[in-house]
Ligand binder design. Structure first.
Ligand SMILES: [Zn+2]
Length: 239
């Protein structure tokens, strides 16, 4: 599988996946159409599928123009049908789809918003989590109980250590600063902060991350219980 990650809008990421056996290409989230078209043209790829993680406009805005240009089929969360009425398929926990020969499992990962889903590719050891988890961080909670996002993070964090986690935004420098303030004695966090600073200084994306790295340095995943998680999420909102 070929994977191309690129920036859209100010700090969103979109990802293109290409199954080499069948040349089927899928896009995960569509913040805007222009950067996606530019990436496809550069690579000489078509676009067959668009996989949407959740309803927020900075993840779906590019859908109409991409569908018009490429005739791509849209896969959307079942609970986001009201904002994506023209989608070709609505999916939820336990549903399966294929990107060519690559098997994809749909997970319900609510908490950032209620309709949020993630796309897990077990054979590739890759998961696309949208705004559920970020590198060293997690999504904001919009009017939902913190238990939901906490459970979604714990589930992602229980995947095999080598699993690569692709998220929807480059927020890592801010997340790393908050992590140091939250766990000042954590040597893994201190070391990773230096790495992240250098990566960002050279414009290198900090996505994807891995389950192993997040277990060591993500203070939201590392919260001992939902109360500590909720307190940390509140503190980050004001950080
Ligand atoms: Zn969002």
């Amino acid at each position: 599988m070929q994977i191309a990650l690129f920036t859209c809008l100010a700090d969103n990421y979109a990802v293109l996946l290409r199954d080499e056996a069948t040349a089927v290409v899928a896009l995960v989230d569509a913040p805007a159409s222009e950067p996606v078209i530019a990436e496809l043209e550069k690579r000489g790829w078509g676009l067959d599928l668009i996989l949407i993680t959740h309803r927020h406009h900075d993840h779906i805005e590019g859908v109409p123009a991409l569908v018009a240009r490429y005739g791509a089929k849209v896969i959307a969360p079942a609970l986001a049908a009201d904002v994506l009425p023209g989608a070709d398929r609505f999916v939820k926990e336990g549903d399966r789809l294929q990107i060519g020969e690559i098997a994809v499992e749909v997970w319900d990962t609510p908490g950032h918003c209620a309709d949020h889903i993630s796309y897990h590719l077990p054979a590739e050891q890759v998961i696309f989590v949208g705004d559920t988890m970020f590198t060293m961080g997690c999504g904001r909670i919009f009017n939902l109980p913190p238990e939901m996002l906490y459970a979604s993070l714990q589930r992602i964090g229980a995947l095999p250590e080598a699993t690569r986690i692709y998220s929807g935004h480059e927020y890592t420098l801010s997340n790393a600063r908050f992590a140091i303030a939250t766990e000042p004695d954590n040597a893994a966090i201190a070391a990773r902060f230096k790495t992240i600073e250098a990566m960002r200084a050279s414009g290198t994306p900090t996505v994807p991350t891995t389950v192993a790295e997040e277990r060591a340095t993500n203070v939201f995943l590392r919260a001992r219980d939902v109360a500590e998680f909720a307190a940390r999420r509140e503190a980050k909102n004001r950080f």
